[in-house]
Design a protein around this ligand. Structure first.
Ligand code: NAI
Length: 483
């Protein structure tokens, strides 16, 4: 079996070499094709940070094992790490956080075991990076949460939880505030949960989750979250088990999967050969299990756990009374411990069952659509306009443009209603949301909305607009605070 390997930037080549040396010593039957990805590829003029040959190789092999890669700052280029995850639809980001004996934390010292798997949605949310300055004062980031995208990652999380024999699966969210976006994610979670009656499924508001993870981490098992919240919560969990040096990550898709450490290129220690390869090694071990190399994964993981238990450590962790070793010496120690069993948490050595790689060649992009449940009608439009006028004056001007099809129903500023009712104590910025609805509740069409747009543009700069939709009796838009 062959996989693609990108060594990455900064400490990437040092830790990747260490891990591949351990794999070789563990007689892992894998071939590697090294591909060109990372900052130096950006620097050569490839704007997405990878060569076309690299893309072709990864798409035909289906597995990418990668070191961390630097995102050039201030050049307007996007992170190659995020591009890779999104381009290849690796929709589920699985991060496992377990107590590692030899890595002291407040929890390990108090005998509190941690075994938490975070499944983070990996493609949507604010990570679309669709951002605009609407006025000189106002930036807008679009946050996409989709039903098919949410179902995909949540189904993965439930399947994984069942395979893992998890006791509990929890959805972290902020649906109390973001009722439509996080509300949709939670709705999908509750829908999927019905298909898994054997698993205890519950949900928790993300801020409460953050507190409870710190206070009682042992109560959590599998936690599934949207992208940004999942990113933050998984770094919190990394802190519970000793830091980023111990946080592995698997980006799982239907066709292509990417395995990498959570940490970055550590420019402050790059080139010194002192980096800790554990997170990348744990990611590689997860990859071996994904590919069916169960025995090899367990033997290498047991050697790693034995090494950590014995107190051997790189400079970023461990007992300061025991001198730190460099990266090659750390990996050599792991190699010398292959075949040994750690005292605690030894992994069962199951037989290797390499999965036959599915050969696939896609000739079209998959379109994921949910069935429409009720008929849709346009009932109004939100116009986001730039103005420094007071709400009353804006209302007067806007009413002139409402014509025979629309009525002005409300004006809000940063989501708080300021007309027809509001408070003088609400501070304003120069972007208002002016909401028009159908005058007599008759459905509108897009031409009606365009007519209003043209008329209104005579008085205001319209920065953005959104249709107000009804699906049957269900409102497909949120109300302003105070409406
Ligand atoms: P970082 O994770 O590279 O470093 C944060 C701190 O942790 C530094 O003090 C570093 O020395 C230490 N550290 C990280 N990994 C370590 C290891 N294996 N052993 C010992 N110490 C380690 O985060 P930072 O500095 O914010 O980012 C540096 C670069 O990495 C940026 O260009 C960023 O875009 C990129 N990055 C790439 C990621 C990826 O490829 N998946 C993920 C995160 C950041």
């Amino acid at each position: 079996m062959k996989i693609a390997v990108a060594k990455g930037d900064g400490i990437g080549p040092e830790i990747m070499d260490a891990v591949l040396t351990i794999f070789k010593a563990g007689k892992v039957d894998l071939d590697y094709e090294v591909v060109d990805m990372g900052k130096w590829v950006f620097d050569k003029g490839f704007s997405n940070g990878m060569t076309p040959e690299a893309q072709h190789t990864i798409e035909s092999l289906g597995i990418l094992f990668k070191g961390p890669m630097e995102t050039p700052k201030g050049k307007g280029v996007k992170s190659v790490n995020v591009t890779a995850r999104k381009t290849w639809n690796t929709y589920a980001n699985k991060r496992v956080f377990q107590t590692l004996h030899g890595v002291d934390t407040v929890f390990s010292k108090s005998g509190i075991p941690i075994d938490i798997t975070i499944v983070r949605e990996n493609i949507e949310d604010t990570y679309g990076g669709i951002e605009h300055m609407l006025t000189h004062d106002v930036a807008l980031s679009r946050r996409f949460i989709t039903r098919p995208g949410s179902l995909q990652v949540i189904k993965y999380a439930f399947e994984m939880a069942r395979k893992k024999g998890a006791k509990r699966i929890t959805c972290g969210h902020k649906a109390n505030i973001m009722k439509l976006t996080d509300g949709l994610f939670l709705e999908c979670f509750q829908e999927v949960a019905k298909e898994y009656p054997d698993l205890k499924a519950d949900d928790i508001i993300v801020d409460d989750l953050a507190m409870k993870l710190v206070v009682r981490p042992q109560e959590f098992d599998v936690v599934v979250l949207t992208n940004l919240q999942g990113d933050i919560i998984s770094d919190l969990c990394a802190g519970l088990v000793g830091g980023l040096g111990f946080a592995p990550s698997a980006n799982i898709g239907d066709h292509i999967s990417i395995f990498e450490a959570v940490h970055g290129t550590a420019p402050d220690i790059a080139g010194k050969n002192i980096a800790n390869p554990t997170a990348l090694l744990l990611s590689g071990i997860a990859m071996l299990r994904h590919l069916g190399f169960m025995k090899d994964a367990a033997v290498i993981e047991n050697a790693l756990l034995y090494t950590l238990e014995s107190g051997v450590h790189t400079g970023d962790f461990g007992d300061k009374n025991i001198p730190a070793v460099d990266t090659p010496a750390f990996s050599e120690t792991i190699i010398s411990n292959l075949g040994k069993q750690p005292r605690l948490n030894a992994k069962p050595v199951l037989p290797n069952m390499p999965v036959t790689p599915t050969m696939f060649k896609l000739n079209r992009n998959a379109m994921m659509v949910s069935k429409e449940i009720s008929p849709e009608k346009i009932v109004g439009v939100d116009m986001f306009i730039e103005s420094e006028d007071q709400p009353l004056l804006i209302a007067k001007k806007c009413q002139r443009h409402a014509g025979v099809k629309f009525k002005l129903v409300g004006i809000s500023n940063r989501g708080t209603q300021v007309w027809p009712t509001g408070s003088m104590y609400t501070n304003l910025v120069n972007l208002y949301n002016v909401r028009f609805e159908s005058l007599d509740d008759t459905p509108l069409n897009q031409q009606d909305v365009l007519g209003l747009y043209v008329s209104l543009s005579g008085d205001f700069k319209i920065c953005s607009s959104e249709l107000l939709l009804m699906w049957g009796n269900k409102r497909a838009y949120s109300l302003a605070q105070g409406q």
